[in-house]
Design a protein around this ligand. Structure first.
Ligand SMILES: [Zn+2]
Length: 259
């Protein structure tokens, strides 16, 4: 199994990271991407990735951390992306949930890092919350000018509608589903899971956040992927092991890593 997005560089998990990664492997979760949210956490993701086979890093500045950094940080991110353990730019994105006051700078960081991912031909992990309109405008404009994305962008912890999912897949995106797909009242995520094409699907925990049912409220870890995979296989009415095989293969394709 695979976890496309786990913040093992978060202080809550980093204090115990060796045990957390070993427990993930014991649970059968053999490949993990650790995303950064600013320069420091991106560097830490790379450091951890170098210590384990099957563990990789994503480097980037998150929408909620744009105030920690200047646009010069994107040059640093580009340098960090040369590391052989870096397989992705992320996490990047737009989030107006807590504030829209920094809207312009969020968009600037997002566009520049999206361009960087395209330039380096690396996938990117995108966080989107309460900003669907602005996000889709940027993506549609990009596609109008450049055609569909070839660098395999990933919508992390996808929580948008089925219609948005279908449009993004037409533009070359992948969809990563996380703990909320297991929540009883997550109607939208369950609908998306039931119809998303399996060859465009990834699983993630978004550790330490959003632990799946029945572990809600606890600190999340990559070892919890089986709960998410199981729920998706039920929603898709598909054999769990067949789904696992396809998603593992998707991970190798998206992040360009072998077995
Ligand atoms: Zn995240």
């Amino acid at each position: 199994m695979i976890d496309s997005h786990a913040h093992i560089n978060d202080e809550k998990l980093y204090t115990n990271y060796k045990e957390i990664i070993n427990n993930a492997k014991l649970a059968g979760v053999n490949k993990i991407v650790i995303p950064g949210w600013n320069v420091e956490s991106s560097k830490l993701a790379i450091k951890i990735a170098h210590e384990f086979e099957g563990v990789y890093a994503a480097v980037g500045v998150h929408a909620q951390n744009v105030s920690d950094e200047t646009l010069d940080s994107i040059k640093t991110i580009e340098e960090l992306a040369k590391d052989p353990k870096v397989v992705c730019i992320g996490e990047i994105g737009i989030d107006y949930h807590y504030t829209k006051d920094d809207k312009d700078i969020q968009i600037e960081f997002f566009k520049r890092q999206l361009d960087l991912a395209v330039k380096l031909n690396l996938p990117c992990e995108i966080h989107l919350r309460d900003a669907t309109g602005d996000f889709m405008d940027i993506i549609r404009d990009y596609v109008k000018v450049n055609g569909v994305f070839k660098n395999k962008p990933i919508m992390h912890s996808f929580s948008e509608s089925k219609e948005i999912m279908e449009e993004l897949i037409r533009y070359g995106f992948y969809i990563s589903l996380s703990g909320p797909v297991t929540f009883k009242n997550a109607r939208v995520q369950k609908e998306v899971a039931s119809v998303v094409p399996v060859d465009k699907l990834l699983t993630e925990t978004d550790s330490p956040y959003m632990a799946p049912t029945p572990l809600r409220g606890t600190m999340n870890e990559p070892k919890n992927i089986p709960y998410i995979l199981e729920e998706i296989s039920n929603l898709k009415n598909m054999d769990k092991f067949e789904l696992e095989r396809i998603i593992d293969n998707n991970f190798n394709i998206v992040f360009n890593v072998g077995d």
